[in-house]
Design a protein around this ligand. Structure first.
Ligand code: SAM
Length: 223
């Protein structure tokens, strides 16, 4: 009896660790968007114990009045917290490539407790190719998204285009995500797209790297 219990207790975590490693490997070679059924797990209070929304907001420099884009908002685990932080004078554009993720956020915003939130605008689209004008946003943030995009550089160049000069790009990553990249990977990737590292805060398992769009575009100059 005790032996079978021991086997079960070893097999269950072992299965999840195996799955996590498998998804990490697949994601490295063939990045893909997380399936939409994961939306309900992403938007969970247990997760927000590890990834405190207020810390994310503080580390990303999200403040009142900012015009913000959330790239890859998913089911909106942090979107309404950000909407409250930017207040009535600010706006949050929540963009995702999957309709089914946006639908979960739409349903959430219809709940009674969110009735006062009027500054979130849902957009279906690919962050690699948006229809926003140049210099549209004060800040773009992404949580557990960048490594899911097959052409990360294209996404970052598009973000640079739609950010105002000296606008902020905040990239947050956390370790339960099978696509989790180390801090050095995120820095290298964003610097290669022309962003300047401002600050990196948080632990190994949950960090936010904040970058600035220079007010001088070397890439355009070199063309
Ligand atoms: C791991 S989920 C994270 C969702 C949300 N940021 C969160 O932390 O709960 C990544 C999200 O990015 C979206 N995504 C992936 N590639 C994208 C792209 N090219 N453009 C826009 N959204 C994308 C996926 O559909 C998915 O909802």
């Amino acid at each position: 009896m005790q032996l079978s219990l021991l086997i079960i207790l070893t097999l269950i975590p072992g299965f999840f660790i195996f799955l996590w490693i498998l998804l990490s490997i697949i994601g490295k070679f063939h990045p893909f968007p997380v399936p939409s059924f994961m939306g309900k797990y992403l938007d969970s209070n247990y997760r927000r114990i590890i990834q405190n929304p207020n810390k994310l907001i503080e580390r990303s420099c999200i403040t009142e009045g900012k015009r913000v884009l959330e790239a890859g908002c998913g089911s909106g685990a942090f979107t309404n917290y950000v909407a409250k932080a930017v207040g009535n004078k600010g706006k949050v554009y929540a963009l995702d490539i999957q309709d089914k993720m946006l639908e979960q956020l739409r349903m959430k915003l219809m709940r009674f407790e969110n009735r006062d939130i009027k500054n979130i605008f849902l957009i279906k689209g690919d962050i690699c190719k948006t229809s926003f004008k140049d210099d549209s946003f004060d800040l773009v943030y992404m949580v557990a998204v960048l490594q899911e995009i097959p052409d990360g550089k294209k996404a970052l160049l598009e973000i640079k285009r739609i950010l105002k000069p000296e606008g902020i790009l905040a990239v947050t990553e956390f370790i339960p995500d099978p696509d989790y990249p180390r801090k050095s990977t995120t820095i290298k990737q964003c610097e290669a797209a022309g962003f300047i590292l401002d600050k990196i805060e948080g632990s190994f398992i949950n960090y936010t790297a904040r970058f600035i769009k220079p007010d001088f575009d070397f890439e355009k100059l070199e063309q």
